[in-house]
Design a binder for this molecule. Structure first.
Ligand code: ADP
Ligand code: MG
Length: 475
């Protein structure tokens, strides 16, 4: 039994989690002591801190010189423990009754009043960033992923414009949903938004994390029986960014939790930004309600890159790397490495590293040499005949139409696609390609390449067609 009545065994479970507060009935001495400390806290720490952090503390138990008080969330416990506990312990000691130690325990839904939103726990809000970091909730931001380093082209103009609006205006649309294939710059844009907000609106609490991490944290919170803290943190941010949302497909309880978080934030007019590898409607395994909710704001897709964009990115990157790469090498890379930007950058890094290590110049020859494996698919001798045959089959036109002078769109477009692929997948020059297409001029081929490039950027289903063809040819 304790000095002041109240039995430790009856109030604290085996796991150190306190049980219902009703089981503890403090003696009048303990009650008076706590009252004194409580008032001291208010006086000494000030009303704002008291309300945000200390007010919900409730007397829980008293035994062998230890005073035990509860708070409703782990989040609060951590905060109090790192910031105020020493001083409070001191106060308890000074209040007499032989108290030497102070224990803080988490009791969910405990007796004392919980913090209400309108009580404006400002301290809590401004500390969410710090806490989120401490609790490892936010993901780190890549310092290279800024707006300054993001090259804008036709294929990503909408997503870029939308991202800029989010930084300039207060919740212009909610949510902003960015989607596109792998390595096309979704994460780059999200980080850019986060960096910009940090700089321009530092008072805002911005949280960026992957859906995978969101789930991991949620599961962890469930295990620790502390979903309160989890909810509390996620619902007190100003901007929530979740990357690769497709990850939560089929993860029902995570979806459910995300849905509630989503609604709570939208209700408070807080900005939500989501990235995925496909459109909301295509997210199989994600609840219909959530899918439709996610497309309520602005949905911006990033299309496959164009030659011009790739060239622009390569130029920006080489400036960043501080190396001068000859223009023909950049053009060659922009033409040959088309699958995604990550690979394109990887290719550039490799030739730069190679030149650095071997102390040699970067040339077209050395580039072809260094990237042999990457370019092998295009080196495997794909013939123009083969391309013409496959393309004709795909679009259901006659092979003869590849050579004919017919200009109807139904044959002209497949012909242009074939020319484009010939340029991309073979080592033939523009005049050579022209000759193979019924003796056309090299400018006609150039025009075709440009046109197809544009269409790829504008029309996702066309882009997919070309990609399928490219893969069957190189596969
Ligand atoms: P995603 O998230 O869409 O898979 P990332 O954002 O990770 O793709 O981009 C992959 C790489 O390509 C990153 O290094 C990124 O900086 C770069 N990148 C993509 N798009 C652009 C762009 N428009 N301008 C500059 N770099 C880009
Ligand atoms: Mg990404």
């Amino acid at each position: 039994m304790s000095e002041f009545g109240g039995n430790k065994a009856s109030v604290v479970s085996l796991y150190g989690q306190a049980l219902a507060p009703e089981t503890f009935d403090p003696t009048p001495e303990v009650r008076a002591l706590w009252e004194k400390v409580y008032n001291n806290m208010r006086e000494e720490f000030g009303e704002a801190i008291f309300r945000s952090w200390l007010k919900p503390m409730a007397l829980q138990a008293c035994y062998h010189g230890t005073l035990e008080v509860s708070v409703p969330t782990r989040f609060m416990k951590d905060w109090i423990s790192t910031h105020y506990v020493e001083r409070i312990r001191q106060m308890c000691k000074e209040a007499g009754e032989g108290i030497e130690r102070l224990e803080i325990v988490v009791v969910h839904g405990h007796a004392s009043e919980e913090i209400k939103e309108e009580e404006a726990p400002k301290a809590l809000k401004s500390n969410v960033n710090e806490l989120a970091e401490k609790l490892d909730l936010s993901s780190p931001l890549d310092p290279r992923f800024k707006f300054e380093t993001f090259v804008v082209g036709k294929s990503n103009a909408l997503a870029h414009a939308a991202a800029s609006r989010v930084v300039e205006c207060n919740v212009p649309f909610n949510p902003l949903f960015i989607y596109g294939g792998v390595g096309l710059g979704k994460t780059h844009l999200m980080h850019a938004i986060a960096w910009e907000l940090k700089e321009k609106q530092p008072e805002k609490v911005v949280m960026y994390l992957s859906a995978e991490k969101f789930m991991y944290q949620f599961v962890k919170a469930i295990r620790a029986q502390d979903t309160m803290t989890f909810k509390e943190i996620f619902r007190s941010v100003d901007v929530l960014m979740i990357d690769d949302i497709q990850f939560i497909a089929g993860k029902d309880s995570t979806q459910e939790e995300f849905f509630h978080t989503f609604n709570a934030l939208v209700d408070q007019n807080k900005q939500i930004i989501i990235a995925a590898d496909r459109a909301p409607s295509e997210l199989q395994g994600i609840d219909e309600r959530l899918r439709s909710r996610m497309s309520w704001g602005l949905v911006a897709d990033i299309h496959a890159s164009t030659y011009d964009l790739r060239l622009g990115i390569l130029k920006t990157r080489s400036v960043q790397l501080g190396v001068e790469v000859p223009e023909p090498v950049l053009e060659f890379l922009a033409l040959k490495v088309t699958s995604n930007i990550r690979e394109l950058e990887g290719a550039l890094n490799r030739i730069v590293a190679h030149a650095d290590v071997t102390k040699s110049e970067i040339t077209l020859e050395s580039t072809q040499d260094v990237l042999q494996d990457l370019l092998r698919s295009s080196d495997r001798r794909i013939t123009i005949d083969e391309i013409q045959r496959r393309v004709a089959e795909h679009y259901n036109v006659r092979i003869a139409d590849m050579h004919s002078s017919r200009r109807a769109r139904s044959v002209a477009r497949p012909r242009q696609v074939a020319m484009y692929l010939a340029k991309q997948l073979t080592a033939r020059s523009l005049p050579e390609i022209g000759r193979k297409f019924g003796g056309r001029d090299h400018t006609t081929v150039m025009h075709a390449v440009k046109k197809v490039d544009e269409l790829i950027a504008e029309d996702p289903s066309f882009a997919q067609d070309v990609e399928v063809l490219r893969r069957t040819l190189t596969g």
